[in-house]
Write a protein that binds this ligand. Structure first.
Ligand code: FAD
Length: 108
């Protein structure tokens, strides 16, 4: 079976980084591709119970694909759901903290 911790870290890196470079205001083309990516992940992710829980969480909380800030926050909240489930610390989902971690690095 896959190493779910390594797979998880890599996948979150990919997703948060992709969100951090997503258009500030997304075109319909970007929005539909992002929706496809996320719903594909909830089917294809190679950790069965992870994918199932993610699918359930996505159904209850449909992705905000309108633009960068909303997508970053939505993804942060989904990641926090998993953190909570695993007993890990929650991340503060502000634009500042998210930009610092996934895009710009800390100020000064
Ligand atoms: P990770 O949780 O992988 O986080 C990596 C880095 O992201 C952290 O070091 C931190 O800097 C940053 N970060 C943390 N929280 C946030 C946040 N909310 N927003 C933005 N950045 C943040 N594992 C399971 O055992 N069971 C599951 O059901 C499960 N479901 C998963 C579902 C999905 C869709 C994904 C992508 C992963 C899932 N995982 C699951 C894996 C799990 O989330 C972790 O990736 C894994 O446990 C390794 O954790 P980690 O402590 O190294 O940090």
């Amino acid at each position: 079976p896959p190493d779910t911790a390594a797979l998880g870290r890599s996948t979150w890196t990919f997703l948060h980084t992709t969100a951090a470079y997503y258009p500030l205001s997304a075109t319909p083309m970007h929005q539909s591709n992002m929706r496809s990516l996320l719903s594909s992940l909830s089917v294809l992710y190679p950790c069965g119970w992870c994918a199932e829980d993610f699918a359930r969480d996505m159904k209850a909380n449909p992705p905000d694909v309108s633009g960068r800030e909303g997508l970053m926050r939505w993804l942060c909240e989904r990641h926090n759901e998993v953190n909570g489930k695993l007993g890990k610390e929650r991340f503060e989902c502000t634009a500042e903290k998210l930009g610092e971690r996934w895009k710009d690095g800390p100020k000064d």
